[in-house]
Design a protein around this ligand. Structure first.
Ligand SMILES: *Cc1c(COP(=O)(O)O)cnc(C)c1O
Length: 419
């Protein structure tokens, strides 16, 4: 812990209680196999930007048009982030202020919809996100939400079904994107469907933005009217969101972000986004997105060989879903056992799940974080075997301890970049 103490020297002095909790969390991250597909490991450069004095600055407005003085440097920081986002994704406009993916989606809807308008998105239990129309989210409270799902046979999107639903409900916004969908999206098809019904195509690439950045997933940018994303998932940046669009929608989107959905921007987070975006052009990121996908496919192959069932039979991206139903298990107990075995996964609904949302029948896992740590195909084979052993011996304390010891050895061989 000596290095963490050095890193947190001021906090140790001012607040030892809090400092020790941060240390404990670093220790947990250091020695746990992180398989939650929405998590990643931000670089030390990103952490420095986010942990800086930029947090002192108010900068409501946009670069050059602020409501506060003293913005000459934060203007340059935000412009840098915008330019890097546009260059990386080939977009005409980038708003880098959304505090997170949900705020980006809130602003995107506000830019195109009136309250009560219809939005059409992927059903949450088929892999969609809360902000795509769930009744407990602003998206389902302020808008009239309709849903499409995956096909029962293939467990993949059926574009004819999306087309049928779009013609039936005539949405103002067709939302594509997901939190738990292991396959590639067909953006030309989605754009065609949206145009047929005069809808706006909104693509939420929160999960796969890094795969798009690295060329391992097709880009929605040429096809969508608006693209939202998070910066903390596969993109390997700080906590945050972003909105990309053609120039024609720039004004509406900027206005929807501020003053529509947010107050002052988190300038320190924007600096972190700028640092993360720059890294994508650097040798350190070369091949990262491809390795994430190759690792996910190898892990999936290993799990299938161990006799586990995966939703849709595998993966094309960074994540996969284990169907626990054939084993007679549910997600909550399995997630808890994995916690003890030093492997972090999350329970998740799977398509046509009859179990409750709180204890669904799936386990979602992915490779972005372990790939950032440098793990490769050989480690995927071992992790698949560890997962299978754990699942097939649920409740066996000795197996849990053995798996935990192996997980720790893997983590020690591929340390976090914080030392
Ligand atoms: C993670 C995610 C979001 C937003 O998440 P925040 O937690 O608000 O940053 C939005 N859409 C999808 C599809 C996501 O996976």
């Amino acid at each position: 812990m000596a290095i963490a103490e050095q890193r947190l020297s001021a906090l140790h002095q001012a607040d030892p209680e809090l400092a020790s909790l941060l240390e404990a969390e670093l220790d947990r991250q250091q020695y746990t196999l992180e398989l939650i597909p929405s998590e990643n490991v931000a670089s030390p450069a990103v952490l420095e930007a986010v942990g800086s004095w930029l947090t002192n600055k108010y900068a409501e407005g946009t670069p050059g048009k602020r409501y506060y003085g003293g913005c000459e440097f934060v203007d340059q920081i935000e412009t840098l982030a915008q330019e890097r986002a546009c260059a990386l994704f080939g977009a005409e406009h980038a708003n880098v202020q959304p505090h997170c993916g949900s705020s980006a989606n809130l602003a995107a809807y506000m830019a195109f919809c009136q309250p009560g308008d219809t939005i059409l998105g992927l059903d949450l239990s088929h892999g969609g996100h809360l902000t795509h129309g769930s009744p407990v989210s602003f998206s389902g409270i302020f808008y009239h939400a309709e849903f499409y799902g995956v096909s029962r046979e293939t467990e993949q999107l059926d574009y004819e079904e999306i087309r049928r639903r779009a013609h039936e409900v005539r949405p103002r916004v067709l939302v594509a994107g997901a939190s738990a969908y292991p396959r590639i999206f067909d953006f030309p098809q989605l754009a065609e469907i949206a145009h047929e019904v005069d809808a706006v195509l909104m693509v939420d690439m929160a999960h796969f933005a890094g795969l798009v950045a690295g060329g391992a997933h097709p880009s929605p940018v040429p096809y969508a009217d608006v693209v939202t994303l998070t910066t903390h998932k596969t993109l390997r940046g700080p906590w945050g969101g972003m909105i990309l669009s053609p120039e024609e929608h720039a004004k509406a989107i900027d206005k929807a972000v501020f003053p529509g959905a947010q107050g002052g921007p988190l300038v320190h987070a924007i600096a972190g986004k700028a640092a993360a975006l720059r890294a994508w052009g650097q040798p350190e990121m070369e091949g990262y997105a491809q390795r994430v996908v190759a690792n996910a496919q190898r892990l999936a192959q290993g799990l299938l060989q161990e006799g586990l069932r995966l939703v849709s039979g595998g993966t094309d991206n960074h994540l996969m879903l284990i169907d626990l139903r054939p084993l007679g298990l549910t997600g909550k107990a399995v997630q808890e056992v994995f916690d003890r075995a030093r492997i972090t996964v999350n329970r998740n609904s799977i398509p046509f799940d009859e179990a409750s949302k709180f204890n669904p029948s799936g386990i979602r896992l992915g490779t972005p974080a372990i790939t950032t740590r440098g793990m490769g195909l050989e480690q995927m084979d071992e992790i698949a075997a560890l997962i299978s052993r754990t699942i097939h011996n649920l409740g066996d304390g000795a197996v849990e301890r053995e798996v935990a010891a192996r997980a720790r050895i893997l983590c020690e061989a591929f340390p976090l970049p914080y030392r």
